[in-house]
Design a protein around this ligand. Structure first.
Ligand SMILES: C[S@@+](CC[C@H](N)C(=O)[O-])C[C@H]1O[C@@H](n2cnc3c(N)ncnc32)[C@H](O)[C@@H]1O
Length: 398
């Protein structure tokens, strides 16, 4: 793990120009920081057709192959970011109705994660951290008949989860509380195996600290939303992480999340249309001196997009109290389209660094837990189509 972490650190640092800059901001600011230093890559990107860009976006392997002539260490980077699958989860036979109310993809995630937790169980109770309605806890309780404590902030989710658990006679107790409050330590005890499915940023970091403090025998978590942290910058946990000096802002911590594979065609079409409109509106404003630089426009209801570009421009201008002149809107919509494909081409470069960055963040936590006497493994618990946030960190005291 140390070697893997060091290699990721070295390559991420060497190529930080390629991934730190947000492609959207590069387009609207007109600042393309690395382009003059890497003319061959810039030229190749400018020649990519929209069809080619779409193909490469859909196939990370093809994308890496296409970019490797320009990024010599790309293969080594991708190798260092490989995490093995946990393997075919043995099929959990759930009691009838246990899955009621669980949305389709979520059901697959909790089945896989539940199976992984049960097959690597250490302890005589469970603690489900930031449980929501406790879908995962329900599986753990029904399959192991051990007590589950489900800790959650939202009272309504606690109530719904407790009602369902009581109805099924499951040994689950929901505790409403704030993970960041000192009192949350009280739900931990040394018999528990703690689990957390998709606990955001500092929520999973807090779990790690409390689990170590309370000497939990095991901990299994899948992290998400890395940017939801209280500090402005990521605070590495491990010694190696701190030494790495790979500073990461909240904005940069969003990079691993920019994978939209679960979106579907309609979501993709809406995203493209909205981006084209935003980039076209920005060009209209900047070229007509309506604004001096990029002005962020609030989010819009997807249904409003069908009213067309001109309507979007008037709506956006009203939101920002701007007066726009009468212009050739079709022209600026075409400008938006061209800028969109330029942005998509730039994002191909950033995309090959996303997973390595995510694995780096997971390894930082894994190394920290190791230094506190845990045996730690990283694996993937489901395929990326089920959820791109599929990293599972499992730690147990040997
Ligand atoms: C991404 S959801 C995951 C929920 C559940 N584990 C699942 O996968 O279905 C994160 C959960 O954390 C809860 N949460 C957010 N902030 C919290 C806090 N400060 N303390 C405890 N829970 C919190 C949210 O209410 C939400 O239910």
């Amino acid at each position: 793990m140390r070697q893997q972490f060091d290699q990721l650190t070295a390559i991420l640092k060497a190529y930080q120009d390629y991934w730190r800059h947000d492609p959207f901001i590069q387009i609207v600011s007109g600042q393309l920081p690395w382009q003059s230093q890497h003319p061959a890559l810039s030229e190749w990107l400018s020649e990519c057709s929209p069809e080619h860009i779409q193909t490469l976006k859909q196939s990370p392997l093809q994308c890496a192959e296409a970019l490797s002539p320009f990024i010599p260490e790309l293969h080594a980077l991708q190798q260092a970011a490989v995490i093995d699958s946990i393997g075919e989860a043995s099929h959990l036979t759930l009691p009838r109705g246990l899955d009621s109310g669980v949305p389709g993809r979520k059901l697959e995630q909790i089945r896989q994660m539940g199976s992984a937790c049960i097959h690597n169980h250490h302890g005589s109770e469970w603690l489900e951290w930031c449980s929501g309605k406790g879908f995962l806890g329900r599986i753990l309780s029904s399959q192991t008949e051990q007590k589950v404590t489900s800790f959650e902030y939202q009272q309504a989710l606690c109530d719904a989860g407790q009602h369902e658990a009581n109805r099924r006679g499951l040994s689950m107790q929901f505790v409403q509380g704030d993970a960041f409050d000192e009192s949350s330590k009280q739900v931990f005890n040394a018999n528990q195996h703690a689990v957390a499915l998709h606990a955001c940023g500092d929520l999973h970091v807090t779990l790690i600290h409390h689990a170590i403090g309370a000497r939990l025998p095991a901990l299994t978590l899948s992290p998400c939303c890395y940017h939801l942290i209280q500090d402005e910058q990521y605070q590495p946990l491990s010694e190696l992480g701190r030494q790495a000096e790979l500073s990461l802002t909240k904005q940069e911590l969003r990079i691993p999340l920019q994978e939209t594979v679960t979106g579907g065609e309609r979501v993709k079409r809406h995203r493209e249309q909205e981006m084209v409109f935003r980039l076209g509106f920005d060009a209209l404003c900047q070229q007509n001196q309506v604004t001096e630089g990029y002005e962020p426009v609030p989010s819009i209801k997807k249904s409003q997009l069908s009213d067309g570009f001109e309507h979007f421009c008037h709506w956006a201008a009203a939101q920002k109290s701007l007066t726009i002149p009468q212009v050739d809107f079709e022209h600026f919509e075409r400008v938006g389209q061209a800028r969109f494909w330029k942005m998509e081409a730039l994002s191909l470069v950033q995309s090959v660094f996303r997973r390595p960055l995510e694995v780096w963040l997971a390894l930082d936590k894994a190394l920290y837990l190791k230094s506190h006497g845990y045996q730690v493994s990283l694996s993937t618990f489901c395929d990326t189509a089920t959820t791109p946030r599929n990293i599972l960190l499992h730690a147990f005291k040997s």
